[in-house]
Design a protein around this ligand. Structure first.
Ligand SMILES: [Cu+2]
Length: 190
């Protein structure tokens, strides 16, 4: 016996489920995208003036970045990069050694590391040195910056977990849609 009135709802239900499931699947990765590590501070601090060019430039993150794929360029006002060798990553800090003899002046630090969630993150900051690193490179004490100074570098990592909220909204909508669907089914069957 062919009874289209009964067959239609039974084929529509899986369709409704798959559409809502797809919506949820599209929105939930948004939660993971919020997990990039943010910079908590740099040494020297962004925009700061230090007595001498330090022996290394440090970036402190929320979590220890991955060791691979890190790059930190420390260029003086003439464009010379004073980075010496590879970035050293340990205990939430990416540290870039500098060659000795870097001159006084303004420096631009352009960095790129791979966040602990495997996404590349990058940023830039500047500092000014009153004197060359020449003789006292090793003595230059690192100074940590407040988190606020470095915050603009990673605007996407901050604040409310919208992906999770969106996921919860989808779940509520899914339940509401199923309830409505079930009621219609019951009415139709009665
Ligand atoms: Cu990420």
């Amino acid at each position: 016996m062919k009874t289209p009135a009964i067959r239609r709802p039974s084929s529509a239900l899986p369709r409704v489920l798959s559409v809502l499931g797809l919506l949820a699947a599209l929105l939930l990765p948004g939660a993971a995208a919020q997990a990039h590590d943010t910079v908590e501070g740099t040494s020297p601090a962004d925009g700061s003036t230090v007595a001498t060019v330090p022996g290394h430039v440090d970036l402190t993150f929320e979590e220890t970045p991955l060791a691979i794929g890190s790059e930190v360029k420390v260029t003086d006002s003439s464009g010379t990069n004073w980075a010496d060798g590879a970035v050293k990553v340990a205990d939430k800090v990416a540290s870039q050694p500098l060659k000795p003899g870097a001159p006084a002046g303004k420096y631009t630090v352009v960095w790129r590391v791979v966040s602990s969630d495997s996404h590349p993150i990058d940023g830039t900051f500047t500092f000014t040195a009153k004197a060359s690193s020449g003789k006292t490179a090793a003595a230059a004490a690192p100074v940590s910056s407040p988190p606020a100074a470095a915050a603009p570098a990673q605007p996407h990592g901050q604040g409310v977990p919208w992906g999770i909220i969106a996921g919860a909204v989808v779940v509520v909508l899914l339940v509401a849609a199923l309830a409505l669907f079930a009621r219609r089914q019951l009415k139709r069957g009665a």
